[in-house]
Structure formats: structure tokens, C-alpha cells
Write a new protein. Sequence first.
Length: 286
Amino acid sequence: MPESQARGSFAHLKDKMLGRLPKRHPIAILDSYIKTAPDPQAALDIFQGEWTSRLPEPLAQCQTGTIDLFDDGRIKWLASEIGGVTGKSVLELGPLEGGHTYMLAQLGAAEITAVEANTRAFLKCLIVKELLNLQHARFLCGDCIEYLRQAGPSFEVGVASGVLYHMQNPVELIALLAQRCTQHVFLWTHYYDRAIISASKIHAPRFNYSQPAEYSGFRHTVYRQEYQKALGWGGFCGGSASISNWLSRDDLVRCLQYFGFTDLRFNFDAPNHPNGPALAIIATRR
């Protein structure tokens, strides 16, 4: 490199280190201000295009998502099967946008502790909490596995809808829930079915590896699932890694029984669910 070019490069580097070069992409901080009167849509538009759920009244006309997670038959089924949640303490994992949290509060839960690892989803939950005045819900920003590994309170009901199949170690999650939830655990989850997955042009490419595993004496098989293109969506609501591990239905049932849940009730069994075989389970101690 010629001496003059070298001197120029070092000078450029020095100016860059000292902050003398103009910024190519200045942060337009003033664009972050709202210049209209307070309105629910203004808060919701902080995450414009990223919402999954349709909100309930009085916010039903707001522009959000399309899925009825604030009026979900799965949570209604849970409440009907366990004699309601009135006055009960509930641990919710992965609240996403607070839809099930809202339903549990409306059904009379005494307190709901909801743990969300996705920071964008956590902030959406806080918006929903304020807009719908969820007084008995507390949202915690953090990893649910790390939360459950720590000493903490017990809960009468555990709710993990759309969570298990995003785990690196799904069996550990079930074991930890068994330690902290004294009466019931509700799961809605996808599961691995070789015949269904391998026959699907959509799902088969996401599953290329399986291996035997063991946790706390429970032997099972995990099937690695890759998120692939889904990671590119701003509203991504999967796990915290690029892969997760699924259980088969048989291993899922055996796992719940192994960790002390003797009464299992099933509903919403959907082997042809567009995102992979799925079902809901209420696991109860007797």
C-alpha cells in the first residue's frame, strides 16, 4: 500500500474512532413521538404488523392480528374441566400478547404470573395490560426455564400454551412445572408424528435429526425442529434458539405420568394442524 494511502486510511480510522465522521443512518428520534391525542391504536402501532391476536371489546375495532387468543376455546375448556380458576393462583408461560392472561383474569384468577422471554412480546403484553386494565396479572421478562429453576412460589394452576415445542429440553420443562404447580398443568403443544411429518412437503425439511435423550431418569427421543425462514418475521414468537426439540405424543404422555400427573384429559387433537400435529392436555394430580 502506498505511504500516502496508508496515512489516509489511518486518518480515516482515527476520525471514525473519535466520532468525527458523519453518521450514514442517523436515528430519527423525533419520529418516535406521538403528536395526536392518546389513543389505543397509537400504542398498538408501536408493533404495527407484528400482532397475532384480535383484541376483545372495547378494542375489537383496533387494527391488530386475526387470531382469537382473547376468546380461546382451549382456556374455556381448561376452566370447565378443573372447576374454574376463581380465586386460584396461576403460572402462565409464554403469554405472547396477553390473550390467555386476559381470559384467566376474566374467569376470576386471584393472581396470574406470566413469564415471557421474547422482549417484543413482553412489551406487547404490557400494552395490553394497560389498555385492558389487567389488575391481577404480573408480567415478568425472562426465560421460563431459568425462572422455574430458581426457588420461588408454588401455583395451583400452570398454563403453557404454545410453549413446550419451542424448548431445547421439553422434558425438563414438564419436570419443573411438576415441582411448582400443585394441582393442574395445561399444555397445548405440537408433537412429532413420523408418518405425518415425513409425508409433508412443508414440515419434513424442518426435521432432519433425532436422538435418544434422558432427563431425571426419564428416557425418551427428541426430534430437532428448525425454524428456518420463520426467523425473518418481526412478529416471530418461537423459542430463543434457531432450533427446538419436539416430543412424540407417546413420550409426552409418558413424561407427564412419570412426573406425577395421574389424570390426563385430552382435547383439540389436530393431527392435521397446518403447523404440525397438535393437542391440548390437562394434567392433574390425584
